[in-house]
Design a protein around this ligand. Structure first.
Ligand code: 5GP
Ligand code: MN
Length: 326
């Protein structure tokens, strides 16, 4: 894979006319904030832009500036000069959004997942960046693309959510400098943080109560997990987005090295979400064994089988990797 430079990507953004800005299914704050941040910047540059995600704009991110542009990929495929995949480790994780842009002449792939194979014509992958939003800030500012308070707020949300509010070890000095720059662009940190972290629906707390009821420990307390069945999700009227971040309650326990969340899906698969507190426990490598991927300290996979079957084989594999004997 050859990496492109910001100059090469900037030249395409300036010279082409129509863009589709996409990101992965089950989007998180980095996916949606990155899509809207870059989408608004291109729009301000006078380009024709559509911003599409298979799951649309999640309710919890409905405050994001420009959120009305982020829609599900309905209707006939359209012609675009350029399709841009953001924060998306494999092209098939774009889901139905790909259908929309079959005819795009140029694909740009901007991401920070080390497992990204580098699909596309212009590729910029920086695994040291804590968020795709951080890469976009560097791209936008280095190329003199438009930035205003709305664009800054989207990039701030992208970076804040993927760094656990500037706490995870992927956070660098540069991340704080960018945070400061975004505040200078007009981000109201108190307001945004409250919308992000203190405005959860009550059903999310009820979901957490259920999940903690299923909490179990393996490997002498180094591996903590909980699981969500379709039945419980239905009883609580839980939305898929409600569980984003709940795994942090497991990671936050003293002695826990790997936290795992198992979620039963309708298609006979189980969504496995993993977090690690140690470079020695590379959860991306573990998830890749099950067809998934992600980062060293945060990764996921979708594994065929019942909840009980998947729990058993995944926990066994984790115990093979993490030294669970002491
Ligand atoms: P989460 O646990 O928050 O869903 O995902 C954590 C990280 O793992 C994210 O960076 C996400 O992109 C990646 N990830 C989650 N599920 C999958 C999957 O099924 N396949 C791949 N390749 N990556 C995943
Ligand atoms: Mn990300």
């Amino acid at each position: 894979m050859t990496q492109s430079s910001f100059e090469e990507i900037g030249a395409v953004l300036r010279s082409k006319e129509s863009f589709a800005v996409l990101s992965h299914v089950r989007p998180d704050g980095d996916a949606l904030g990155s899509q809207l941040g870059l989408g608004l910047s291109l729009s301000k540059l006078g380009k024709k832009v559509v911003v599409r995600n298979e799951d649309g704009l999640l309710e919890k991110y409905s405050f994001l500036p420009g959120g009305e542009f982020l829609r599900t990929p309905l209707g006939e495929p359209q012609d675009f000069d350029v399709a841009i995949a953001l924060d998306t480790a494999t092209q098939n994780r774009l889901g139905t959004a790909t259908e929309l842009v079959r005819s795009a002449k140029i694909w740009i792939n901007i991401d920070h997942h080390p497992s990204n194979p580098g699909y596309g014509d212009l590729v910029y992958i920086d695994p040291t960046a804590p968020a795709t939003g951080q890469i976009l800030f560097e791209l936008i500012t280095s190329q003199g693309l438009p930035i205003d308070a709305s664009i800054a707020e989207n990039l701030f949300v992208a970076i804040s959510t993927d760094t656990g509010s500037f706490q995870y070890p992927n956070t660098t000095a540069r991340t704080f400098e960018i945070g400061a720059e975004l505040l200078r662009c007009g981000v109201n940190i108190g307001r945004v943080s409250q919308l992000l972290y203190e405005s959860y629906p009550r059903r999310r707390a009820e979901l957490l109560r259920e999940l903690l009821g299923t909490m179990r420990f393996n490997g002498h307390g180094k591996v903590a997990s909980f699981s969500l069945s379709l039945k419980t999700a239905a009883e609580l009227h839980a939305k898929p987005e409600d569980n984003e971040g709940l795994i942090d309650h497991l990671r936050a326990i003293q002695g826990v090295v790997v936290a795992v969340f198992f979620e039963e899906l309708v298609d006979g698969k189980v969504r496995v979400s993993m977090r690690s507190k140690s470079d020695a426990a590379d959860v991306c490598a573990i998830c890749q064994k099950f067809g998934g991927g992600g980062h060293k300290l945060a990764a996921g996979a979708r594994v065929r089988g019942t909840l009980a079957e998947v729990e058993e084989k995944v926990l066994k594999e984790i115990c093979n990797v993490v030294d669970c004997n002491s």
